[in-house]
Design a protein around this ligand. Structure first.
Ligand code: 26R
Length: 822
C-alpha cells in the first residue's frame, strides 16, 4: 500500500532524495545547477542531522523524565573525525544514501571527502575519548562529553623540502552542520583577583571570591548517535566569549579599540588547541583553558540537578565524572568551591561527594608529561582553588601521618605541593586524592603505575587502583574504514559481531579455507591498491601493491622510535646495494604522523625519513624492492584507508613507555600482523592472537631498567655491529643529505652518546625479527592464516568491552533504552 514517510525522519531512498533536494534549496539556498560539491555535502549533512535530531530530542526527553544517572566524560581533547560517514553507519542508512546519491548522479565518496574533520585532539587520548563516546551511546548509557570548542584544532601538516611545516586548521571556515549553539545555557567563569571571608546566615565562616575578570562560556552541542539504537548522547563543547560584546563605558569615552580589546582577550581562551603531546609546558593560557571548561561543565551539571529538583547532596548519585588524564583535574577543587562557596555546604559532606564523584584515568608514565603548575601562576589565576587545595592537602597528610607515622620522605612524595625545586601544584596528586578510582589503560601500564609513578598512593589507598585496558570502536575502525572486509565477515557469520566483537572469533573456522583465504587476500590487495593511489596523489611516489605494506602511523616521538624503523630501511637498502641480485621480499615502508611544533628532534626524524626516502626511491638498483613514503597530514580522515591496507603494523616503542597504544588494535582488527615490543597493549594483543601470530622482539621493561642500572653504553653496539655502524655512518656522513654532515648530527650524537630510548640495544633483534617477517610473508597461506586469526581474536579490544568495564567497576551506571515517540 501507499506509505508516506516524513521528510525529516524517513529513510527510504525516495524520501532521502526528496529531503536532500529540499535541504539544498532551503538550507544552502541553491539549486542543482549552481551547487558546489560542498553544497551537496552540506545538504546531505543536514538531511542526516534531521534524522539524528529525532533521536536526540527523544533521548533527552527520556533522560529528563527518568532522571537517569549520567556519565560526564571530561576531556580537553575529543578527536572525533568526520561525522557524516559514521552517522550513516550508526543510523544504518549507508546503502540507502549511497543509492539515493547515485540516482541523483552524485558520488557519496566525493561528498564524504568534503567534510573538514574537527581535529580537536593530539592523538591517542583524544581519539580514545571519541571511541568511548561511540560505545557509550551504542550501549545506551546516558552520557555528556564535556570539552573545549577550539576554533583551531591540531595544525595541518605540510611537508616542504622534507621538513614539517604547520598550517592553522580552520575547520569552522565553511560552517559546522553538526553542532547547535545553546546560548541560553551560558555560564560565567571567574579568573584571578582575591578572596575574602564573610559569615553565612548561620554565622559560619564562608569565603567569597572577588575575581579580576569574568569570561562567558557558551555551550555548543553535537549529537552522538549509538550504533543501531535510538540513543543520541551529547558532546558539549564550550566557547569563551566576553560577557558583553562591548565595554560601553570605554565605548562612550570614544575608545572603540579599547572596548573590543576585552572581547578579543576573552575569546583567545578557546582559540587554539595546544599541539604538545607528552611534553608539559607551564603556560598560563593552558591552565585557563583547563579551568574554563571544567568550571563550565560542573556548573552545567549543577544546573541540570537544580532543574530536575535534585538536592545537591545527591550530586555523586546523579553524575559519575571521569577525568581524562590530569588536564581536567582542577575539577576536584572546583566542585569543592562550588559546593562550599556557592551552595553553602560544609567541608565534610562536600569532600565526601567530591571523592565519590570523580574517577581518574592516567594515560602516560613519561615524567615530562606530568602536569604541575607553579604556585605563582596558580595563585594569581585561581586564588580560591589554591586555598582549597591547601586544605585538602593538610587533611590528607594528616591521614598519611595517622597511617604511616611521621615519615617525612613519604609525606614529601605524597604532598599535593612539590617543594623540591620551586613550588608547584601536582595535578596527578590532586586527581588521586579527589577520586574514588584510579585506572591505567593497559595491564602493564596499570602495574607500572602502582609500582613506580603512583607507588606511594597505591600504598596509601590500594583499593582505589584498577586497570581498564583501552579499546577502539569497530564501527569506525572496521565497518566504516573497511567495507569490503565487513561484507566478507558478515556474509560468513552475520552482523552481530559489529555490536559484540567477541563474536568475530567465529571466522576462525574459515582461517584455513582456501576460498575464504582467497577472498581475504583479494580484499587486502584492493585496500592496498587504494592506498597506493593515495600515496601517488599526495607524494608522487609510485608503490607496488604486491609488496609488503609495512606501516607506522602515530605521533612522532623518540619513545615510539620511528628512527629505529628508518634504521631498518637503511639496512635493507644497504643489503640490496651490496648484492644487487638479492632476492628479498619487496617492501613499502609507510610513515605518517605529526611532530609537536617545538619538538626539534621529532621534526628532525621527519626530515630523516624524507631524506632516506629520496635516496631509496630514486635508486634504479633498488627498483620495486624497497620504497619509503611519508604521507603528510596524518589525521582521523587520512588514517581510515590506512589500517585496512596494512600487512605489517609497527608497534616498536621502548618497553615501558607506551601506556597502551590504540593504533595497534586498529591494525590487528583489519588483519595486519604486528611487529612489536612487550609494551602497552601489545602484550595483551599478543596473548589474544597467540604468540605464533605476532612478531615479538626487543628488551622487556625489566631489561630496560637493568641495563640502565648497569650502565648503558650505546656506542658499543655501534662499534660491534657492522650493519648498524654502516647505517649510522651514512646518516652522519651526509649520504642522505646531499653531503651535509651537520644536518643529522644532533640525532646521531644523541643515539651514540645517550640513546635514551635504547635503539642501539634493540637494533639487531629488530632486524632479525624483520627478517622473520619477510620469510613468513613468502609463505602466502601461512601469512593469510595468521592475518585471519589476528582479526578473529581481537574481540577484547572493542571499546564496547572497555566501556562495559568502566560502567561496572567505576561508574556503576546502567543502560537506559530509548524508544522513539510514535
Ligand atoms: C600535559 C601535556 C602537554 C600533555 C601530556 C600528554 C598533553 C597530551 C598528552 C597526551 C597523552 C596523555 C596521551 O595521549 N597518551 C596516550 O593515551 C592513549 C590512550 O590511553 C594511549 O593509548 C597512549 O599509549 C598514550 O601515549
Amino acid at each position: 500500500g501507499m506509505q508516506c514517510e516524513d521528510d525529516r525522519t524517513g529513510i527510504g531512498v525516495e524520501t532521502l532524495k526528496r529531503a536532500f533536494l529540499d535541504n539544498l534549496f532551503y538550507v544552502q539556498g541553491k539549486f542543482p545547477a549552481l551547487a558546489t560539491k560542498h553544497d551537496y555535502y552540506m545538504a546531505l549533512a543536514y538531511t542526516v542531522r534531521d534524522r539524528l535530531l529525532q533521536r536526540w530530542v527523544n533521548t533527552a526527553a527520556i533522560y529528563t523524565q527518568q532522571g537517569s544517572r549520567t556519565v560526564a566524560y571530561l576531556s580537553a581533547e575529543f578527536l572525533m573525525g568526520p561525522h557524516l560517514g559514521n552517522n550513516l553507519i550508526n543510523l544504518g542508512i549507508y546503502n540507502q544514501v549511497q543509492q539515493a546519491m547515485t540516482e541523483l548522479k552524485l558520488d557519496l565518496k566525493e561528498l564524504l571527502a568534503k567534510e573538514e574533520e574537527p581535529g580537536l585532539g593530539n592523538g591517542g587520548l583524544g581519539r580514545l575519548a571519541a571511541c568511548y563516546l561511540d560505545s557509550l551511546a551504542s550501549l545506551e548509557i546516558p552520557t555528556l562529553g564535556y570539552g573545549i570548542r577550539y576554533e583551531f584544532g591540531i595544525f595541518d601538516q605540510l611537508i616542504r623540502n622534507g621538513w614539517q611545516v604547520e598550517k592553522t586548521d580552520k575547520w569552522l571556515r565553511y560552517g559546522n552542520p553538526w553542532e547547535i549553539a545553546r546560548p541560553e545555557w551560558a555560564v560565567s567563569v571567574k579568573f584571578g583577583g582575591r578572596t575574602e571571608a564573610h559569615k553565612n546566615a548561620q554565622g559560619r565562616y564562608r569565603v567569597r571570591w572577588i575575581p579580576h575578570k569574568v569570561v562567558l562560556g557558551i555551550p555548543y552541542d553535537t549529537p552522538i548517535l549509538g550504533y543501531k539504537v535510538n540513543t543520541a548522547n551529547t558532546l558539549r563543547l564550550w566557547k569563551a566569549e566576553a560577557p558583553e560584546s562591548f565595554d560601553f563605558e570605554a565605548f562612550n569615552r570614544g575608545n572603540y579599540y579599547g572596548a573590543v580589546d576585552q572581547k578579543v582577550t576573552s575569546e583567545n581562551l578557546t582559540k587554539v588547541l595546544y599541539p604538545n603531546d607528552e611534553t608539559y609546558e607551564g603556560k598560563q593560557l593552558r591552565l585557563e583553558q583547563q579551568y574554563f571548561f571544567v568550571s563550565c561543565a560542573l556548573q552545567d551539571m549543577l544546573r541540570i540537578m537544580l532543574r530536575q529538583k535534585l538536592p545537591l547532596e545527591q550530586f555523586h548519585e546523579k553524575f559519575a565524572v571521569q577525568l581524562n588524564d590530569t588536564h581536567p583535574a582542577i575539577a576536584v577543587a572546583e566542585l569543592m568551591r562550588l559546593l562550599l562557596d556557592e551552595h553553602d555546604m560544609d567541608w565534610e559532606p562536600a569532600w565526601e561527594i567530591t571523592q565519590k564523584t570523580f574517577g581518574y584515568t592516567n594515560h602516560t608514565l613519561l615524567p615530562e608529561a606530568l602536569e604541575k603548575w607553579s604556585l605563582k601562576l596558580f595563585s594569581s589565576l585561581l586564588p580560591r582553588h589554591l586555598e582549597i587545595i591547601y586544605e585538602i592537602n593538610w587533611r590528607f597528610l594528616e591521614q598519611v601521618r595517622h597511617k604511616f607515622g611521621t615519615d617525612e620522605g613519604r609525606i614529601g612524595r605524597l604532598s599535593l605541593i612539590d617543594e623540591n625545586d620551586g613550588k608547584f601544584v601536582r595535578m596527578a596528586h590532586l586527581a588521586c586524592v579527589g577520586s574514588h578510582k584510579i585506572n591505567g589503560v593497559a595491564a602493564l601500564h596499570s602495574e607500572l603505575l602502582q609500582k613506580t609513578t603512583l607507588l606511594d598512593f597505591y600504598e596509601f589507598f590500594p583499593e582505589k587502583f584498577t586497570n581498564i585496558t583501552n579499546g577502539v570502536t569497530p564501527r569506525r575502525w572496521i565497518v566504516l574504514s573497511n567495507p569490503k572486509l565487513t561484507n566478507l565477515i558478515t556474509s560468513c557469520i552475520g552482523d552481530n559481531w559489529i555490536k559484540h566483537l567477541e563474536d568475530v572469533q567465529r571466522i576462525e573456522t574459515y582461517a584455513e579455507d582456501p576460498g575464504f583465504q582467497q577472498e581475504w587476500q583479494q580484499i587486502k590487495r584492493e585496500n592496498k591498491v587504494n592506498v597506493a593511489e593515495i600515496l601517488l596523489d599526495r607524494t608522487g611516489v609510485k608503490v607496488d601493491p604486491d609488496s609488503l605494506f609495512d606501516i607506522q602511523v602515530k605521533r612522532i616521538h623518540q619513545y615510539k622510535r620511528q628512527h629505529l624503523n628508518i634504521l631498518h630501511a637503511i639496512t635493507l637498502y644497504n643489503q640490496i646495494k651490496q648484492n644487487p641480485n638479492l632476492d628479498i621480499t619487496p617492501r613499502t615502508l609507510i610513515f605518517a604522523g605529526k611532530a609537536a611544533p617545538g619538538y626539534y628532534i621529532a621534526k628532525l626524524i621527519i626530515k630523516l625519513i624524507n631524506s632516506v626516502a629520496e635516496v631509496v626511491n630514486k635508486d634504479p638498483d633498488i627498483g620495486d624492492r624497497l620504497k619509503v613514503v611519508f604521507l603528510p597530514d596524518y589525521n582521523v580522515k587520512n588514517s581510515q584507508p590506512i589500517y585496512p591496507a596494512a600487512d605489517l603494523s609497527e608497534q616498536i616503542s621502548t618497553a615501558g613507555k607506551e601506556a597502551s597504544g590504540t593504533g595497534n588494535m586498529k591494525f590487528a582488527m583489519n588483519g595486519a600482523l604486528t611487529i612489536g615490543t612487550l609494551d602497552g597493549t601489545n602484550i595483551e594483543i599478543r596473548n589474544a592472537v597467540g604468540a605464533e601470530n605476532f612478531f615479538l622482539f626487543g628488551l622487556t621493561t625489566e631489561d630496560v631498567g637493568a641495563l640502565r642500572l648497569t650502565g648503558y653504553r650505546p656506542r658499543e653496539y655501534y662499534k660491534e655491529n657492522p650493519q648498524l655502524k654502516q647505517a649510522i655512518d651514512q646518516i652522519a656522513s651526509g649520504y642522505f643529505s646531499h653531503g651535509d654532515r651537520s644536518l643529522f648530527k644532533p640525532l646521531v650524537d644523541l643515539l651514540l652518546d645517550k640513546d635514551p630510548f635504547m635503539l642501539m640495544a634493540d637494533y639487531q633483534p629488530y632486524i632479525d625479527c624483520q627478517q622473520q617477517v619477510s620469510q613468513t610473508y613468502r609463505d602466502r597461506d601461512r601469512w593469510l592464516q595468521m592475518s585471519i586469526l589476528n582479526t578473529a581474536r581481537m574481540g577484547k579490544f572493542s571499546s564496547d568491552r572497555a566501556i562495559r568495564e568502566y560502567c561496572q567497576q567505576i561508574w556503576k551506571v546502567q543502560p537506559v533504552p530509548v524508544q522513539l515517540a510514535a
